[in-house]
Design a protein around this ligand. Sequence first.
Ligand code: MLT
Length: 389
Amino acid sequence: MNINSNYDNLEQSYLFSTISKKVSEYASQNSDKTIIKLGIGDVTLPLCKAVTEAMHKAVDEMGNQSTFRGYGPEQGYDFLRNAVKNYYKSHSVDLELDEIFISDGAKSDLGNILDLFSKENIVLVPDPVYPVYVDTNIMAGRSIKFINANGDNQFLPLPDENIKSDIIYICSPNNPTGAVYNKEQLKQWINYALKQKAVILFDSAYECFISDEKLPRSIYEIEGAKDCAIEFCSLSKTAGFTGTRCGYTIVPKNLGKLNKMWVRRQTTKFNGVPYIVQRGAEAVFSVEGQKEIKENIDYYKRNARLISDTLKECNIWHVGGKHSPYVWLRCPNNMNSWEFFEFLLKNIQIVGTPGSGFGKNGEGYFRLTSFGSYENTKEAMRRFEKLFK
Ligand code: MLT
C-alpha cells in the first residue's frame, strides 16, 4: 500500500495537541504551581437545566420498549431540524427542512464537506485562521492561497478580484481574532464568490456571541448567499456541547447538486447524532433553553470584558472579546508568539494560544479565551497586572 503522502506536508501535530503536551510537561515538573488555562476554546459551565432534563427524559425513552429508537435518520430527526429552522427564522432566514443537516459538530463537517469537491479546486483561506481549514485541505492535497488579515484591515480581509479561487473559508465572528464582518462586507464576499462560481464555507460557530442586532449571525441574512454558501454551526460554544457533540450544517438547494451529494455522503458515511443528544440540542432552542444559555454566554462575556479591561490597563494592544469569546493581543516587548507562550507559562502559569499557530500573520500575536471560570479569569488577570502594569 501507499500512504497519503500529503500528511507529510502537515505540521507534526495539531496546534491544540502541541499546546496540551507542552502544558502537561510543565505541570509534571512544577506540581506546586497552579496553572490557569485560557488556551483552547473549551467551555467550563455545565449544560443548562433545560438540556439535561430533556436528555434524562430521552434516556428513559431509550430504556423503554415502547419508546426505544434504533438507527435514526442520518440527517437528523425532524424535531431538531425544525428547531434549527425556527431559530434561523427568528433572524429572518427561511430554510427548508431538507437543507438542514444535524452533525456532531462544525469541525467534523468542515472536514467532511471536502468529499464533495475536486482536488483541483483552489482554496482561499484568510491568515490567521482556525487550523482545521488549512490542515484538512493539506490532507487532501489541495493548493491553498492565503489572504492577509492584519491590523491594517482590522483582521477582516475583503476579496481581491484578481485572485482566482473555488472554495473560500470565512469564519465570523472570527476564530482566532474575534473580528466580525458586517453585512456590507459579507455582501462583497458573496458577490466575489458568485462571480468566481466559487463556494463559501461559512463557519458561524461563534454567532451566539454577537450582541449587535445589525451584525449578521448567519451568512444567509445577506442576499445571494443561498446561491454560493454552505454554513456550519455548532452548539459547542452556544450551549456548552464541546463534550456532548452536536451541530448543524446548512446546504441550500440552490447550490445545485451539492445538497443531494451531501445527502449521499452522509447516508453512506454517517449514522447520525445520538437520539439522546439531539433531544438535548432541541431543548437549547426552547424558550427556557435560550434563556439559560444566554446567562452562560453573558458569563463568558463578562470574562472577556475583564480580560480586555486588564489588557488596556497594561497598555497591551488587543481586539476581539466584544462579539466573541476570544481576545487577540499583540505580544508585549516584541516577543514572538511562542516566546510569549513560554514566558506566560513559566512566569505566571497562564496558558494561551500562540497566534502563529493560526498562520504566519498571527506571528507576534496571542489568543486568550473567556471560557474559563470567572474566578480563574480574575486570578489570571491579577497575575497579568503584576507582570505588565
Ligand atoms: C479553539 O480553541 O480554537 C476551538 O476550541 C477549537 C475547536 O472548536 O475545535
